[in-house]
Design a protein around this ligand. Structure first.
Ligand SMILES: NC(=O)c1ccc[n+]([C@@H]2O[C@H](COP(=O)([O-])OP(=O)(O)OC[C@H]3O[C@@H](n4cnc5c(N)ncnc54)[C@H](O)[C@@H]3O)[C@@H](O)[C@H]2O)c1
Ligand SMILES: CC(=O)N[C@@H]1[C@@H](OP(=O)(O)OP(=O)(O)OC[C@H]2O[C@@H](n3ccc(=O)[nH]c3=O)[C@H](O)[C@@H]2O)O[C@H](CO)[C@@H](O)[C@@H]1O
Length: 462
């Protein structure tokens, strides 16, 4: 294990821990953050406000250019605009398009690039491994590598540690490796990273756990929970997501019983949740994003042991966009309107409100289902610029929606963006023809008793 006279590295340092903490917070320990996206830029910013010496690496030249101009490119993160501007102005945060250059200078390397999943649902760690290779080639004795990107359990042990060792020619013990999952949500990243939840640390060896815990004790105001190893820490993060997917699937399955129960299932769920041991989530038009739909795949596809419950939950959640679209078609049919004679307006394309992300968005299968039935589909989203994939699926995209420019036979709300609250839904009805409105997020229940609106909500009894 390496030792250092002055503290410019934490891992293996033989200096008193208070000197190590002082060195870290005074900027003597240079930090590299790899990936400056929705999570990486907030994370790099919290590291920079703590240490004053962070270089971010991102291969997107536009991202790097914006950051070095003091501008935040991430939508919907309270406080991030001002923080990035101040940190860049103070020289505490610099961005670089070359991960290798960053790796050569940094002593603490924090990886927060995407964990991809291929079309078959298999984890694709190619980006993570590319960055690990860049870091390995710039790794020095005493460095610590921290992965925050969500990883299938065993990834650090079986893939990333061997890669770092082979690329650097060093062995664990000469450098450290820890998995410290990013547990935040878009829209509250700074608050979460600064300490909304305990920070989880899993080290490849005891010294890695010690060094990472010392660092995150400075980054987060919350407690640092050190678990047995990197695999346990990887499992913590994946389990959080799998729990959420299975729980939402239960809510969705219960929601499909609403009409047979002849009750609002959401009312029963809300009251059931008044017991501390019950926390049933909310039914809706589907489960999207690049986290929750994917984490179960990290277990279903990567382990021999069967996962029937997780597979069933995935199938239930992936069926909800079709349940939602078919509800609109059934309502139109009950009014004698055939799909090929209907115009359907889809409200919301991103996977959840306020987040500019379309991976696994329920809106796409909703549009595909309606288009396949022969309906004329129009769609709109207030925060999304790139809508090509939805046009390719058959939707006509409109920017902003007013009552003047179209008269849909049905409206399907998939994503409850705030700006939709101001929509005058009854005004879309004409004379004796109410407009069908399928509420995928229980976001417009005020129309339930409006005779100009033929309302049906997921999880609600009409
Ligand atoms: N978004 C969330 O809510 C959330 C929450 C917790 C954890 N996570 C995890 O964080 C990780 C990153 O997610 P995100 O939402 O920030 O992704 P993102 O797509 O918003 O940003 C990823 C960034 O990495 C950059 N990048 C890609 N390849 C790179 C490379 N080889 N070197 C350097 N930079 C590269 C991209 O240009 C992009 O700017 C994922 O593993 C995800 O599982 C995400
Ligand atoms: C365990 C957990 O909390 N993880 C959060 C999650 O954040 P996220 O950005 O992926 O967003 P979610 O809120 O999980 O929504 C996902 C989709 O599920 C739909 N949904 C949601 C709740 C519900 O009751 N019923 C639903 O139908 C919703 O519309 C959307 O389509 O993953 C991040 C990365 O790991 C975490 O960091 C973050 O903490």
């Amino acid at each position: 294990m390496s030792t250092q006279s002055s503290v410019t590295t934490i891992y293996g340092s033989d200096r008193p821990e208070d000197e190590q903490r002082d060195a870290f917070t005074s900027g003597d320990v240079p930090v590299g953050v790899y990936g400056l996206g929705k999570m990486g830029l907030p994370l790099a910013s919290v590291y920079a406000e703590t240490t004053g010496n962070v270089t971010g690496a991102d291969i997107d030249t536009e991202v790097v250019r914006e950051i070095n101009a003091g501008r935040n490119h991430i939508v919907g993160e309270p406080g991030l605009d001002e923080l990035v501007e101040r940190l860049v102005e103070d020289g505490a945060l610099v961005a670089n398009t070359e991960p290798r250059e960053v790796a050569a200078e940094a002593s603490v390397h924090v990886v927060i690039v995407p964990t991809l999943v291929d079309d078959g649902g298999r984890p694709d760690l190619s980006v993570i491994e590319a960055v690990a290779g860049d870091i390995g080639r710039g790794l020095d004795e005493g460095d610590l590598v921290v992965f925050e990107s969500t990883l299938p359990p065993r990834s650090c042990r079986d893939a990333l540690l061997p890669l770092l060792e082979s690329e650097s020619g060093l062995s664990l013990g000469e450098f450290g490796l820890a998995f410290c999952p990013e547990r935040t949500s878009s829209g509250r990243a700074l608050k979460d990273i600064r300490g909304a939840y305990p920070k989880v640390v899993g080290g490849a060896d005891d010294e890695s756990a010690r060094a990472a815990s010392l660092i995150y004790d400075q980054i987060s105001s919350n407690e640092v929970i050190t678990v047995s190893d990197t695999t346990t820490a990887e499992a913590v993060k994946v389990f959080e997501g799998v729990y959420r997917d299975v729980n939402i699937a239960l809510a969705n399955e219960l929601a499909t019983h609403a009409d047979e129960f002849e009750v609002d299932v959401t009312e029963a769920i809300d009251v059931a949740n008044t017991q501390p041991f019950c926390e049933i989530h909310t039914p809706g038009a589907g489960v999207g994003g690049h986290c929750i739909p994917y984490y179960p795949q990290f277990l279903i596809n990567e382990f021999e042991t069967a996962s029937p419950l997780m597979e069933t939950a995935r199938a239930v959640n992936d069926e909800m966009p079709h349940v939602t679209a078919q509800t609109a078609l059934d309502r139109l049919d009950a009014r004698g309107v055939a799909p090929e004679d209907a115009t359907v307006l889809v409200l919301g394309l991103t996977y959840r409100a306020g987040v500019k992300e379309i991976r696994k968005t329920p809106a796409l299968p909703v549009i595909e289902h309606l288009d396949a039935a022969g309906a004329d589909v129009v769609a709109t989203d207030p925060i999304l610029d790139d809508t090509d994939v939805f046009e390719a699926a058959g939707a006509t995209i409109i920017r902003g929606v007013t009552n003047d420019d179209l008269s849909p036979d049905a409206i399907v709300l998939v994503t409850a963006h705030e700006s939709f609250e101001h929509l005058d839904v009854p005004a879309f009805s004409d004379g004796d023809r109410p407009v069908v409105f399928v509420d995928g997020r229980q976001a417009a229940t005020e129309y339930r008793d409006d005779e100009r609106v033929d309302y049906e909500g997921i999880g609600l009894h009409d």
